[in-house]
Design a protein around this ligand. Structure first.
Ligand code: ZN
Length: 230
């Protein structure tokens, strides 16, 4: 069955499917609001204050992040969080280094409004005023360690509609335990996002290294866009 969701929604070029959440302060897919409020309420019952660091992100915004990484205005990090000297890599090497921690514009799950980066506001302090979204924060003993132990159990509950698409490092996108996804809608969108839609979005954009991306689109799609189903 062919899904009818539009290419504009899949690639972050419209906000028609979104609502602004008054308390969480982010744009979300309409169908995510109530399930997310339920998840936040169960977090609250356990003493956590579930907050959203990043909800919907537009194609334009993702493209600006990407281009800043290509030009060196924004750091590209290795697996240990250390900056990579991008000028020492060839163009395909640069693209792969960026894709490790930044989605290809058009292929970010944040375009859908179904995927969110979350943290526990109770873990913040004067010494630690904002989340960095790193592995250290999320592991036991980290500032959000207890929150993620609770979240592990919450996501594994049989009725949970949220999952972690980047729970494991499979050599493509790095492990991002802070990133959760509303499965009922996101799985439909993931099926609908084919290479043709991505190619068209990249072709029509100002993406730097766009020709390199297009030349390797099959591999990028397989390694960095698709995630394993549960
Ligand atoms: Zn994310």
């Amino acid at each position: 069955m062919r899904d009818s969701v539009s290419a504009a929604i899949l690639t972050g070029q419209t906000e028609q499917h979104l609502v602004k959440h008054p308390q969480l302060g982010c744009l979300l897919h309409k169908e995510v609001v109530i399930p997310l409020e339920r998840l936040a309420a169960s977090a609250r019952a356990m003493g956590f204050d579930l907050a959203v660091a990043s909800g919907f992100r537009s194609f334009e915004r993702q493209c600006a992040i990407w281009n800043d990484k290509v030009t060196g205005r924004r750091a590209v990090l290795d697996d240990d969080g250390q900056p990579i000297e991008l000028s020492q890599l060839d163009d395909w090497g640069k693209v792969q280094a960026i894709l490790r921690w930044s989605a290809l514009p058009g292929a970010s799950r944040h375009h859908w409004g179904t995927d969110l980066d979350v943290y526990d506001r109770c873990g913040l302090s004067a010494d630690y005023p904002s989340p960095q979204l790193t592995a250290d924060e999320c592991r036991p003993g980290g500032v959000f360690g207890d929150f993620h132990i609770w979240l592990d159990a919450a996501l594994q509950a049989p009725h949970s509609d949220f999952r972690r698409p980047y729970a494991e490092d499979r050599g493509g996108v790095g492990c991002e335990r802070w990133h959760i996804s509303f499965r009922p809608v996101a799985e439909q969108y993931a099926r609908a996002l084919d290479k043709g839609i991505l190619e068209e979005a990249v072709r029509r954009s100002d993406l730097l290294l766009g020709t390199v991306v297009l030349a390797h689109l099959d591999e990028i799609y397989d390694r960095f866009v698709t995630v394993s189903p549960d």
